[in-house]
Design a binder for this molecule. Sequence first.
Ligand SMILES: Nc1nc2c(ncn2[C@@H]2O[C@H](COP(=O)(O)OP(=O)(O)OP(=O)(O)O)[C@@H](O)[C@H]2O)c(=O)[nH]1
Ligand SMILES: [Mg+2]
Length: 343
Amino acid sequence: MQPFSKIKKIHRPQELLDIVFHRASRLSLNVPKRDPFIVKARKREAARVKFISDSLERYLTSIVKTFPNLDKIHPFYYELADVLVGIGRLKEALASLEGISRVIKKIGKEKVREIKFSESPKSAAKARIEAYARISSVIEKRGKKLDFLIEATKTLSKLPTISTDEFTVVVAGYPNTGKSSFVRSVSSAKPEIAEYPFTTKKIILGHFSYNDQRCQIIDTPGILDRPMNQRNKIELQAIAAIRHIANVVVFIIDPTLSCGYPIEPQLELLSEIKAMFPTLPIVIVINKVDLMDNEHLEEVERKLDNPIRMVAIQNIGVRETIEAVMRYSKLQGEVKYEKRALR
Ligand SMILES: Nc1nc2c(ncn2[C@@H]2O[C@H](COP(=O)(O)OP(=O)(O)OP(=O)(O)O)[C@@H](O)[C@H]2O)c(=O)[nH]1
Ligand SMILES: [Mg+2]
């Protein structure tokens, strides 16, 4: 599960007030018939005020509780949340909800007390109305924080569910070079599709086992497949968040032109990816070697660092690639897991 999957849908401030005030107005109370008129009035008004302040307090604290502890979430999600909504703003908004619920509790207590000492049904009702007005104004005044949380919740709940503790291979390369064909031939089941921030982007998740170790393979169409200078800053940071879950990058090159791109820009993208993920090992694969003559293949190989030959659609070179990838898993021993975001 991704850490924001449990956050509740949050009501808009006005909607929230309407709900609790409506429920308070329909509150039925068992007041003994023989109670004097003033006692009945006090009980009725106090119960309404208490109901409202308790409900709001419970509601606001329950929102805060559905959020994960932001300092403990995995750096991949921490960084994505930071790019998308801002961790600082999020923390501030959540703290502010706690503040609002304390203020409401205080108003509730004060007014319930006032009602208990009121001398007429009219003054009891007046105290109740004042409590409503003060509580509404607190919610309305600080409503911006709720509005921000509503938007943040929508964004964060769409984050993809990616395992953060499995050995993870990220596949990169220009469009049409054979990334999906490779991921399909490696994965034990049909790869799943998950949304990635920035709406049109999806990531595709496959799984395989190697020596009983469950591994995850991620195909990134539209994410790691074109020059980084075409990206804006936010997009770049979201892309970079992948470094927190990736253990190895497989970079696929198609030198046959059948992908529609010459080799030079593909090599430039490779350099960019190296620069972007300086600590990650990269396994370079030349795909579609079935379409190449030996001379061309050898010429391309000379430009690359230990490339592996592959024909993804015929399952040739796929095992060799996974073996090369898994050598890094052995080098690293345990699955890499960074506790804190690198900032
Ligand atoms: N001849 C040959 N064709 C291949 C090989 N691998 C993939 N293809 C073909 O190349 C085309 C693109 O393959 P995909 O796996 O969809 O490439 P991709 O990199 O995932 O493409 P995008 O998702 O658009 O970025 C498809 O028509 C595949 O059938 C190969 O080894 N040899
Ligand atoms: Mg694809």
